[in-house]
Design a protein around this ligand. Structure first.
Ligand code: GLU
Length: 441
């Protein structure tokens, strides 16, 4: 069975970059009829909070990304202890005592010599006595995984064939001096024990994957299928990392972006398939294919989400937005007519209120100088509310007759006088909803 996971660290709100990872893993699991796990990578107790864990769930729920179960790394520490013992017993784990400053010096030296800054494994040569002395002096060391220095290869679901020379990578630290398990160990233990079959994550994890493959093999686990999606950039190709804070899912939600607009965009962005607005998660699942994604950086422009949001909303029926209309106290018998007028003229749900306000309270008229007399005369011919389906055509016919104006010169000043805008819904449909004409005083 296909089992995937989305593994955020609850150290902040999730953003569009995380969403890509979550969505791909979710769609793969659902398309295969498999399972999708939400795994909270919370081994760092100083940075992980319950508040962020809850927020991640709220954001995923908003999008309709449903998980089959939640796993929490902080509750699985005994598993990581067992894995560490196993690596130790297999001679793949060693304690190292260099301070961060010492490591930094070593790195700089290598870089100066034009060599890759790979840890020199000096700790492997320490005798038991030397280790005991260092431990007494500096406290417990970190634990590093001893990589087999050979090429690590895998067929990546997006990048293609990857081959990394393990000799060019430092032996990864899996346990810190204070005993905290690091993501790499926790992640491979979980992936193995939870039967994860497919891992999609950002291309910033490619080197991690190389080391993780060796750790999984050392622990006798099954290596999942890995795929690394490109990282998002801004519209100009600029790094998005600094701006991601403002592209959190909650910010987008507050800006009025619709879940299906966002999901439709992210399910295709960076692939060779066109972005298509989908009406349901089922359609997204159906139309998803990881093999169409490319490894090149993917440009993301938040502004692209708004036309999709508008199109999504315009396709909804009044019943679909009943809660919004009720919240604005749009009477039930007017909801359908009002929605038909509003839905083509909004970008986000937030714009609905403006149209209802116009219906109830009228709009401040906009009248150009050259139309002043014309508008005064026309308004004198407009009966009082309530209006009907034919009010607009009857009124404008009468005004045409009386003034000789026609076409745009007739209709536009009247639209602007009634709505304060030079664009908007069909006036014939809007009129029966207008309860007040401010221009009439
Ligand atoms: N917690 C890791 C991250 O957010 C998970 C990476 C992975 O998918 O393995 O980057």
């Amino acid at each position: 069975m296909t089992v995937t996971r989305f593994a955020p660290s609850p150290t902040g709100y999730i953003h569009v970059g995380n969403l890509r990872t979550a969505l791909f893993n979710y769609l793969i699991a659902r398309k295969a009829g498999g399972q999708f796990i939400l795994r909270l990578d919370d081994t760092d107790p100083t940075r992980s909070t319950q508040e962020y864990a809850d927020a991640i769930k709220v954001d995923l729920e908003w999008l309709g990304i449903e998980w089959d179960r939640v796993e929490t790394q902080s509750s699985r520490l005994d598993r990581y202890v067992a894995a560490a013992d196993e690596l130790r017993s297999k001679g793949r784990f060693y304690e190292a005592f260099e301070t961060p400053t010492e490591l930094d010096l070593k790195r700089k030296k290598l870089l100066n010599m034009g060599k890759p800054p790979v840890y020199d494994r000096a700790a492997l040569d320490l005798s038991d006595d030397e280790k005991a002395a260092l431990r007494a002096e500096r406290g417990d060391g970190v634990w590093r995984f001893k990589l087999d220095q050979e090429r690590i290869e895998w067929a990546d679901g997006i990048v293609g064939d990857v081959s990394i020379d393990a000799a060019s990578v430092s032996d990864p630290v899996l346990i810190r001096g204070d005993g905290q398990f690091l993501y790499t160990l926790a992640s491979v233990v979980d992936d193995t024990e939870m039967g994860i079959t497919n891992v999609v994550r950002g291309s910033d994890h490619v080197t991690n994957t190389a080391t993780q493959i060796q750790i999984i093999q050392a622990l006798g686990g099954h290596v999942p299928n890995f795929a690394h999606h490109s990282l998002l950039t801004g519209p100009q190709g600029e790094a998005l990392s600094k701006r991601l804070g403002t592209l959190s899912l909650r910010d987008l939600r507050e800006s009025g972006v619709e879940p299906l607009a966002l999901l439709s965009h992210m399910a295709r962005l960076g692939s060779s398939q066109p972005i298509e607005l989908r009406a349901s998660m089922d359609e997204l699942i159906e139309g998803f294919d990881l093999s169409h994604f490319g490894a090149a950086p993917t440009k993301f422009d938040e502004q692209d989400l708004y036309p999709l949001t508008a199109r999504h909303l315009s396709a909804l029926a009044a019943e679909d937005v009943k809660a919004d209309l009720d919240a604005l106290s749009v009477p039930s018998d007017k909801q359908s007519a009002f929605w038909n007028v509003a839905r083509e003229n909004i970008t986000t749900r937030k714009d609905i209120a403006g149209w209802w306000d116009l219906c109830v309270n009228g709009a401040d008229p906009v009248v150009d100088d050259e139309d002043k007399d014309f508008v005064v005369d026309a308004l004198a011919m407009l009966p009082d509310a309530p209006f009907t389906d034919t009010s607009w055509s009857e009124w404008t016919a009468a005004v045409k007759e009386a003034t000789g104006r026609k076409g745009r010169g007739l209709f536009m000043p009247l639209r602007k006088a009634l709505t304060g805008m030079n664009h908007g819904p069909d006036m014939g449909s809007l009129m029966p909803l207008l309860q007040k004409i401010k221009a009439k005083g």
